[in-house]
Design a protein around this ligand. Sequence first.
Ligand code: AMP
Ligand code: ZN
Length: 716
Amino acid sequence: MNKAQVQAQMDLLRDKIREANYAYFTQNREVVPESVRDQLKQELIALETQHPDLITADSPTQRVGAALDSKLPKITHKNRKYSLGDAFNANELMEFDERVKKFLKVENLEYSCELKVDGLNITLWYESGKLVRAITRGDGFIGEDVTHSIRTCENLPLTLTSEVDLEVSGEVFIEKSDFEVLSRSTLITQSAEPKVDLEVVEEKKFANARNLAAGSVRQLDPKVAAERHLKIFLYELGDFSRSTLISQSDMLKVDLDSPKTQTDLFNFFEKLHLPHQPNTNFTLHNDIQSVIKFCDQWSNPKTRETLNYDIDGIVIKVHRLDYRQRLGHTAKTAKYAIAFKFPAEEKFTKLLDVQYQVGRTGAITPVAILDPVDLAGSTVARATLHNREEIERKGVKIGDQVIVRKAGDIIPEVLEPIIDLRTGDEKKIVFPSHCPECEVALDLEETVARCKNLDCPARHRQSLFYFANTLDIEGLGPKSIKAMLELNLIHTPSDFWQLKPLDLATVPGFKRKKIENLITALEAKKILTLAEIFTGLGIRLIGAENAKIFARYIREHLESPTLPALNQFLETFDAGALQDAFVHLDSVGEKVALAMSDYLKSDRTKKLFKDFESVNIELHWPEEIIDNNSIFTGKKFVITGSFETLSREEIKQMVTKGGGKILSAISGNADVLICGSKAGSKLKKAQDLGLAIWEEDKITDTKTSNDEAEGVLSLF
Ligand code: AMP
Ligand code: ZN
């Protein structure tokens, strides 16, 4: 054979293999027996071995490539990835239905339901019909590049039937039958240091198929992923365009109209040979009552047992994509979809003992040590008993048979003892009066017992771990941090950046590679947002959302957006005035405002931030990306009344991102009043002053028209 003939032969083999794989893995039918599929593959491998120059990256033989040598690269998503709101019962589904219909101003609405596959969310980029990148969801903005692992998904085409550019998302998972085999084999290696917050009850690393799938995808060596038989279902289309490079030889001219509904979307996927859930599990409903029935059917664990993959709910989506575009998103979730979560599972088992964990805020959590029991897809050996009062209220004793409940990702909990099963040998639980770590007397005044010792080694360790975990610094697990503390290598968070390779070499488990990786990981985290730092510091009552609100406020009061300016601010601010100002921020209550101003005024905090400055941490501000060409640009706004589809915080963000400013009160200084329903005196005052008055529609309209202008087909 001459070269051209070899090439033609290879093309033919590749097409045949792709076709057979698609039929087998995606359509569940065999066009050729498995032995023939194997033979075709062997022939192709033989030709490729003789002619390595003719191997193409998308050849079906090339799924398992070389291992990456360090961390997974970070990739910025083309379109923000959102998560889903939850519904736990029929009422919440009906509320969702009302909300959506009200917004769309329609009487009737069709919904599509899909099973909520319990796996790992992945976004794929195809260019000219070739798979070029696979990215984890990450924080919704930035994910990790896991192309090397995702290429091994058996049902995923590396080449589509048409040379299109597109962005699609879906779920990667491992089938139950594969998981069974894998968990019995020796393939599953426990990672050296599980990334579990000690405050959360620990569980085995790969307790279920979901964890195993997630662990496999993030492996550096694609061989590992290949052994795990990953599968993928796609359900969402981001960007889509025909490639400018459609070649003459694009034999399979596929008719690709832009999908208008979820049904169209799945047909569109089929034309491209992209895998999706079997049509039997995708249903269309004329109204919410029919949706509720469908959710009921699947709530029965017996129905779920018929599937070969785990699901943790039903995803309900508005069927029409143009409606979805109009509905848009809140800060975190899609407004046009909701996840119905199955009711929790309960079982009973024996309570063997109680241990007490000290959290980063000093909170003492009693943890039940249980006779291990299989529950909602994982083995549960520890469960929370919440706090001292709960133990008393439930009257649980050691040795009791107790009812344990677990729902989805929620930490398992002990509900109550089964009194009838008592033998008389049960022992009363004696709650400690002193901290199990530092032995200082506990504060037992409130519901949650607390160790108030700021120097408590447990609190200290937990805080440092929480910080490292929040900033997602790989290589700083609870064990390493414990060892570093014992070796006196670290005291405060900023010390992480002072760690030298020679010091690290003394920490058990730290070999050359691990040391290098940690140093690189730390270097990569030298530029942080203030909100990230606040969140990482684990300030009591301050979660990620509050941290953002405070960071934004403080930013507006800094001389310059730098850490030295922040430190100057911390030296000079008036704590009382700041607390007052905080209370006036939206969604900040008095307790939270007090917790934050107290935190900021403490000398420890001041020292902490000085230390960050001295190790050259730099601040960056995500809000800096400002559109100076919007309806908000250059204007000053006051907000009043209540809004149907946007939260105040969202409106504020839209204004600031659009280059406008928010004022808290009406004065001659303001330009526009953004006015919801039930507006009070502010509206009158604004009218008197002759300010422009904008209603909710005016800003929601800009939201959609902006999206359209960018040509973003933000479909689900
Ligand atoms: P949660 O993580 O509970 O907020 O649920 C949202 C996640 O459900 C998404 O990020 C997806 O990874 C996952 N999911 C599973 N199946 C589907 C589906 N058919 N449609 C949308 N999301 C799904
Ligand atoms: Zn203590």
